[in-house]
Write a protein that binds this ligand. Structure first.
Ligand code: CA
Length: 233
């Protein structure tokens, strides 16, 4: 089974960034790109990707500082980081790992090596590693077959509705902002209104029947899904 992951590439060398992104995409992942440290930090906070490939030497804010700030923020602290460094000195590697990088690669590296490290880190850090279905209460989604069901009864969801439901279930009770939901269900950089997300989620809730109440609106923030039934707003 294969899970598509959203991977942020923070790299100021445009050619290298493009090559990495191209290969991530070819492997079935969804790459996001930022070309300086400050932009990378902002994007990581907003998109909460599944993994960050982070260059060490970056304009505006270096990779160590970006990693430090990601680790300091509760919402981004658990995002795995692979650090790219042009300096082979052990001191830098140790300092990168102490900052919380999960792995590092010294430039120049081959793309297959990077891709193997990406897979290894994702395998190691993904809470859903090897699991192709998840369930909250009577609601189940199967990522292999793209089927969703309530109490074993199949649901007829649109692709967007299925992705929204999956995103909420995989967040395991954590609140997702509308922007995160848009990014996960429709792809990064897609501009749709918050209202459009509300409409899609209203449709999902309706199709879930009684279990629709498991999806909760968190006022001023977004949505979360948890097994405790409460009144839906
Ligand atoms: Ca650089």
């Amino acid at each position: 089974m294969f899970t598509s992951n959203r991977i942020l590439v923070v790299e100021d060398e445009a050619d290298l960034s493009d090559i990495i992104s191209f290969n991530l995409q070819r492997a079935g992942h969804t790459p996001l790109q930022a070309h300086d440290g400050a932009a990378g930090l902002t994007m990581a906070k907003r998109e909460r990707p599944d993994l960050v490939v982070l260059d060490l030497m970056l304009p505006k804010m270096d990779g160590l500082e970006v990693a430090r700030r990601l680790r300091a923020e509760p919402t981004t602290a658990s995002i795995p980081i692979i650090m790219l460094t042009a300096r082979a000195e052990e001191r830098d590697q140790l300092s990168g790992l102490a900052t919380g990088a999960d792995d590092y690669i010294t430039k120049p590296f081959s793309i297959p090596v990077l891709m193997a490290r990406v897979d290894a880190v994702l395998r190691r850090t993904s809470p859903a590693a090897g699991v192709s279905s998840s369930a909250i209460g009577p609601v189940q989604v199967n990522l292999d077959t793209h089927e969703a069901s309530v109490d074993g009864e199949p649901l007829r969801l649109t692709t967007t509705e299925f992705k929204l439901l999956t995103a909420l279930m995989q967040a395991e009770g954590r609140v997702l902002t509308r922007q995160e939901l848009i990014s996960r269900a429709m792809g990064p950089g897609i501009r749709v209104t918050d209202r459009a997300i509300d409409v899609h989620l209203a449709a999902v809730r309706k199709k879930l029947g009684d279990s629709g109440a498991l999806i909760k609106t968190v006022r001023g923030v977004g949505y979360r899904m948890s097994p405790e039934r409460e009144t839906a707003h």
